[in-house]
Design a binder for this molecule. Structure first.
Ligand code: IMP
Ligand code: MG
Length: 187
């Protein structure tokens, strides 16, 4: 009894791409940069649910300036590994954003469809400006002409999970960024 090994999500990971230590160091750097750039702008941080939730929470704690935060949710994925290009806003910001300096925080910039659409949406609602802060960037997959203003790591064209990023809504609770074993999504 008790000799059976626990089944964990780690067994589905091919390799670690960004370790916990690397994540924490980078998030501190980004928080410091944003704090310096927005010191007296009272920015509104907008987290894109659900993938950004861990990055967002860590980033906020590394950015000790006067600011507010809110969330919105977008969906473009039909549980595969690439974007459909059709973005729906499933949950919108609660308050008025006219004249606000917005930092849109997302887990990963891939095709760019999601952030391109969300940035337009926020500008249409009257934001003074919208800057993009992404933990990961996959430039090789870009379809829309869009670049991040703040970026943690540039990553190769592999499907990654963890630290908020999911595959079919799983693996968000992995504490680091890992490459998912292809057999998981090729099943
Ligand atoms: P885009 O609209 O193609 O830029 O895709 C953005 C969304 O796709 C992100 O918010 C992620 O949810 C998802 N995504 C893209 N690449 C990956 C990945 O490698 N792992 C997990 N999610 C991803
Ligand atoms: Mg997502």
């Amino acid at each position: 009894m008790g000799d059976r090994e626990m089944k964990t999500i780690e067994q589905d990971i091919l390799r670690v791409l960004v370790s916990e230590e690397e994540l924490h160091q980078k998030v501190q750097e980004l928080g410091g940069q944003i704090a310096a750039d927005y010191e007296d702008k009272d920015p509104l941080f907008v987290g894109v649910l659900r993938g950004s939730f861990i990055f967002f929470a860590d980033l906020m704690r590394c950015c000790p300036i006067r600011s507010e935060l809110d969330f919105l949710a977008a969906s473009s994925y039909h549980s595969g590994t690439s974007s459909s290009g059709v973005i729906k806003i499933a949950y919108d910001l609660s308050g008025d954003i006219a004249g606000r300096h917005i930092i849109l925080v997302e887990d990963i910039l891939d095709s760019g469809n999601t952030l391109y659409h969300l940035r337009d949406h926020l500008m249409d609602r009257g934001a003074a400006n919208v800057k993009l802060c992404v933990l990961l960037d996959k430039p090789s997959r870009r379809v829309k002409p869009i670049e991040p203003d703040y970026v943690g790591f540039s990553v190769p064209d592999e499907f990654v999970v963890g630290y908020g990023l999911d595959y079919a809504d799983r693996y968000r609770n992995l504490p680091y960024i890992g490459v998912l074993k292809p057999e998981i999504y090729e099943k």
